[in-house]
Design a protein around this ligand. Sequence first.
Ligand SMILES: [Zn+2]
Length: 209
Amino acid sequence: MLYRLISYFIYFILCTVFISCSHKPEFVQLEVIMPVTEIKKTHIISRNIWTREGVNAFDIDKMTKIYRITIHHTAIIEDSGNIARVKLMLKKILAIHKHKKHWADIGYHYLIDREGRIWEGRNINFQGAHARGDNNIGNIGIALLGNFDIEKPTLLQVKSLKDFTLKLQKKHGVRRSQIFGHEHFTITQCPGKFLIPIVDGLKRRYVSN
Ligand SMILES: [Zn+2]
C-alpha cells in the first residue's frame, strides 16, 4: 500500500513538472516583464510589448540633436485606458501610418493613454514623422490618445504629459519655448481645442535645470 502511494506521488510530481515546462505562451512572458502596477507613472512601456513589427530601415532618418518637442492628439475618440484596448489602438495607428500612408513606422515617438501610461512608438534614435517634412528634425513627437476637439484629456494624461515633457526637457536640454502643439507647424486642429491651452501652459512653466 505504501509503495503504491509513493508511486502515485512520484507520478503526480512528474506530471506537474512536465505541464508547467511545456505550456508557456510567449505573451505571458511579456506581461511578466512589465507588470501593470509597475508601468504606470515612471516607466515607458517598450514597443515590443505591443508590436513585433520592425521599421522600414531604407526609408527612415536617424534622429539628430534633439531640441524641440511637439504634442499631438490621435484624433480618435478613446474612452478606455484598458491595456488590451490601448494595445489594439496602437496597432491600429501603426497600421494607418505604415501600411496606409506608407511611412517607415508609426509617426510618434511616444503615446500617452487615458491612464497616463507612456508607450514607446518610434524609437527615439529615428527622426519622427509627425510635424511634416523638415519640422521633424530634432523633434520628439508625443501623441495623447483621444480626440481633444471633442473630449478633454484625463487628469492622468495631463499629469503624465507634464512630468514626461519636463523629464525630456532636462535630458535633452529642450527650452520651454521649443515645446509646440502640432498646429504651430501646419494648418491642423491637432492637438485639439482642449489640449492646446495645456501645451501653451507647458511653454510658460518655469523649468529649473
Ligand atoms: Zn498632430
